[in-house]
Design a protein around this ligand. Structure first.
Ligand SMILES: Cc1ncc(COP(=O)(O)O)c(C=O)c1O
Length: 362
């Protein structure tokens, strides 16, 4: 059955590790003698409690999350965090946003609906988000309630290669497309959030890692479900949590741990990304979209400069056993999303295909 799987370069939802899917299949009908699948059990049962407790413990261990941070398993996707962050973290109405792509722009626009003084502290929109600003280019205010960034820009294929210095102002990061891809120093952030459907689990789960002193200051009128303090107090179980994605998250974290943790994951991911960027740098046909210093390790964007040829590449790639290589409409060209679960072999085969395509079309 697994021989029939294709290499799926989707930006999300994306590939899950085969051993994780296999375990899901093995445990589907009767989870560890419970007589039911994880999808069918009460979230308040003892058997499920062990799953969610382990998922959190593994998250803490794998990401080395300090004790003064809470890990929350929420719903609503990263997009709900665009609103939840300002509703919870704004105290004076003042926050700084750096816009480096479509998602950080959405976060900025959402915050403007809520805060009275939401400031654009940097933007790379004028060059269609092909890079990320330097620290010197940021216009940060020392009295802002927080600074918001998107660490990896899924659509444009760029990444912050440094964690901006925000002084005493808490840094909030959307890590939807890079969480668990390499080690990050959590203590540099006030809050981290990520939709699960790239590196964590299937869609339906959003992970929030929040420094505990930041919770408990929601704006008046904030819905109960959108209050971090309520979610913390109820251990992510104010209502029914996304039970099955949390279970898959636990399996993914076990898989990462078994492979050697985030250092090992980084090494694997660097190797995979280098293969594709090397092909692009040597190519006379393809060109990488992102500025070399800001290239993403997770989303490799490229194009030929000729839309017909791009379309031909995508069409032929499907026939060759690759899927979802078409770039986002706002960038065009192609995008290979190579998250944790993409095997090295998939990237190597894509590199061969690209070189062959070039030889036939140059
Ligand atoms: C960086 C980033 N932020 C936010 C989102 C939106 O996530 P969701 O669909 O979970 O709301 C995405 C989705 O692809 C993303 O890549």
């Amino acid at each position: 059955m697994f021989e029939q799987r294709i290499y799926n370069f989707s930006a999300g939802p994306s590939m899950l590790p085969v051993p994780v899917l296999q375990k899901c299949a093995d445990e589907m009908l009767n989870y560890q003698g419970s007589g039911m699948s994880v999808m069918e059990m009460s979230h308040r049962s003892k058997v499920y409690d062990e799953i969610i407790v382990q998922a959190e413990a593994l998250f803490r261990e794998v990401m080395q999350i300090p004790d003064n941070y809470k890990v929350l398993f929420l719903q609503g996707g990263a997009s709900t965090q665009f609103a939840m962050v300002p509703m919870n973290l704004l105290r004076t109405g003042k926050a700084d946003y750096v816009v480096t792509g479509q998602f950080s722009k959405k976060a900025y626009q959402e915050a403007k609906k809520i805060g009275s003084d939401i400031h654009l502290a940097g933007s790379t929109e004028s060059t269609n988000f092909d890079h990320v600003p330097t620290q010197e280019e940021l216009d940060l205010r020392p009295d802002a309630d927080y600074v918001h960034i998107c660490l990896n820009n899924t659509i444009f294929g760029t990444k912050w290669h440094y964690i901006p210095d925000t002084g005493n102002v808490p840094l909030v990061a959307d890590m939807s497309s890079c969480i668990l891809s390499e080690p990050f120093d959590v203590s540099k952030f006030g809050l981290i959030y990520a939709g699960a459907q790239k590196n964590i689990a299937p869609a339906g789960l959003t992970v929030v890692i929040i420094r505990e002193d930041l919770a408990g200051f929601t704006l008046p009128g904030t819905p109960t479900m959108l209050d971090y303090a309520v979610q913390i107090k109820n251990s992510s179980m104010y209502n029914t949590p996304p039970c099955y994605p949390i279970y898959v998250c636990k399996l993914v974290l076990e898989w990462i741990k078994e492979l050697g943790g985030l250092e090992a994951m980084k090494e694997r991911n660097q190797k995979k990304a280098a293969i594709l960027y090397n092909v692009l740098d040597e190519s006379k046909l393809f060109r990488a979209v992102a500025a070399p210093v800001d290239r993403s390790m997770m989303n490799v964007t490229f194009r030929t400069g000729n839309e017909e040829l791009d379309a031909k590449f995508v069409k032929e790639s499907v026939a060759a056993g690759f899927s979802n290589l078409k770039g986002h409409r706002s960038v065009g060209g192609m995008r290979a999303s190579i998250y944790n679960a993409m095997p090295l072999e998939g990237v190597e085969k894509l590199a061969v295909f690209m070189k062959d395509f070039e030889a036939r079309n140059l």
